[in-house]
Design a protein around this ligand. Sequence first.
Ligand code: PGA
Length: 250
Amino acid sequence: MRQLVAGNWKMHTSRDGAGALARAIADGATAARHAELAVCPPFPYLASVAKVLAGSQVVLGAQDAHFEPSGAFTGEVSMAMLADLGCKMVIVGHSERRRLFFESDELIRRKVIAALSHSITPIVCVGETEAEREDGLTDAVLERQLVGGLDPGELGARRFEVAYEPVWAIGTGRTATPPMVAAAHRRIRETLTKLVGRDRASQTRILYGGSVKPGNAAELLAIDGVDGALVGGASLDAESFLAIAAAARR
Ligand code: PGA
């Protein structure tokens, strides 16, 4: 299983900037072929980035979507629309969505199913806040978010990925230590095993996210049970993103 290195551009870039970033990543991707690469631009740039990425090895992803296929949901974008644009992946349940937009595990569960039903691979984000870690609640939070967001009865046989993103490590420059990451990934894998069985749990990639940079990527990506990285800030610079991808395990 190749490691997956996915870039979450959040609400950054411009039309020209997104095109240039995608072009530079597509051009450099051949050198990092042992990892699978994905980029998740803001909605308005998905179509233009899709054109830039056509024929490259870089997968197009999105940062979120609504669970209904269409309807009177002002301001929303559906998974069907993402599929239409060539999106193959979608981030679901990012901590910024949970915290700033009040997304619940139940909403995330519906989004996961909607993504799968449009053949889009969801990257389901889970992770504890600093207060939860200090209170010894990390395992309980991870389990609650996974059980709440992934209903085995609805998942069918389709592929999904998970990202472990400790909230306190996102955009802060602080990364979880390797033992913390290893323990959280082990816990996530155990919970997935209970939910979908050992075979599928072992085939599901569990990415680490939270201040991944070229300088710490090799250490993080070498940890047992880490199957890739979800990269925010450092994915906005092609050189940094490609350096992280080059650090993926061979
Ligand atoms: P960061 O963001 O790499 O800037 O910490 C990660 C994420 O939010 O997915």
